[in-house]
Design a protein around this ligand. Structure first.
Ligand SMILES: [Fe+2]
Ligand SMILES: [Fe+2]
Length: 283
């Protein structure tokens, strides 16, 4: 049975940081470079977070009583706190998107219903495996965002800060669901099958949600927007291109999320937000 390895990240205390971002400053409907495809990409992602993260929390919470390892129990508490705060801030952002005519909260409701329906056919073990797989996707997306500052550069400050804060905490707690899964279920095959399922489902869902947002606004993307979005995803520094290799790591027989120790990204963010960290320590 695999356990958390001896990496600095695996032993870290996970503390939720309560944040509050002024999303009112988003100044237009298509706030990402005026690009309808890229704006709806981020809006669709944001819409999936509140129901998705609630499902992550529930699937881990189900197994909490079976976990004996004290450090992991403490990390579960931190994980639940962090995901709860992410969910709350994305909910707020989604309401602001609604006000600008991108109906992200309708998508939230849609996903909530879908999860409820799918859970009728999934065992607790499958749900936890799906969470561990999804957490790997969010962790490698987080690493991509934090190592490619051009991603958040076109965003309003509050949105960029939301995404960077969320990314840092996704890295901090990237192994929690995985470790709970390995301690309580431990089936590697189910884990790999879940990754195939969740990565396909998630990609199709984000595309469908983008299409819905554009349809509700009766907006067709312009050719220049398609080219820019294509470059964003598949270009030299593109998100999909850069995420392919770390994504495939998950299928290794002895994979553990802390095989890649990227705690320096957390430290960099902390150094840039020193005042905030001090304030949180004092609270
Ligand atoms: Fe999160
Ligand atoms: Fe997470």
């Amino acid at each position: 049975m695999a356990t958390a390895r001896n990496h600095s990240g695996a032993k870290k205390t996970i503390s939720p940081r309560k944040m509050d971002f002024p999303f009112e400053e988003i100044d237009s409907k298509y706030w990402y470079n005026g690009n309808a495809l890229l704006t709806t990409f981020f809006a669709a992602l944001s819409a999936t977070f509140p129901p998705g993260e609630q499902q992550f929390i529930d699937s881990v919470r189900y197994y909490r009583n079976q976990v004996k390892d004290k450090k992991l129990l403490e990390q579960i508490r931190g994980f639940i706190g962090q995901e709860g705060h992410h969910s709350h801030q994305h909910k707020k952002a989604n309401q602001e998107l609604d006000r600008r005519g991108l109906f992200a909260t309708r998508l939230e409701e849609h996903l909530k219903r879908d999860i409820k329906f799918l859970n009728r056919f999934m065992s607790p073990a499958s749900q936890l495996a799906a969470t561990a797989a999804a957490e790997h996707i969010t962790a490698i997306m987080a690493e991509y965002v934090l190592t490619h500052p051009e991603v958040t550069a076109p965003m309003a400050d509050s949105v960029g800060e939301l995404i960077e804060w969320h990314a840092v905490e996704e890295i901090e707690h990237k192994a929690v669901a995985f470790d709970v899964y390995m301690q309580c279920v431990g089936d590697r095959q189910l884990l790999r099958r879940s990754m195939v399922m969740i990565s396909t489902e998630f990609s199709l869902r984000v595309m469908a949600y983008q299409a819905a947002l554009l349809y509700w606004d009766r907006r067709l993307p312009r050719p220049s927007e398609v080219v820019e979005a294509g470059r964003f995803l598949f270009g030299k520094r593109g998100m999909i291109r850069k995420m392919r290799k770390p994504f495939m790591e998950f299928f290794r027989r002895d994979f553990h999320p802390w095989d890649v120790d990227n705690t320096h990204l957390i430290e960099q963010w902390k150094a840039a937000h020193k005042a905030l960290e001090k304030h949180l320590e004092a609270a």
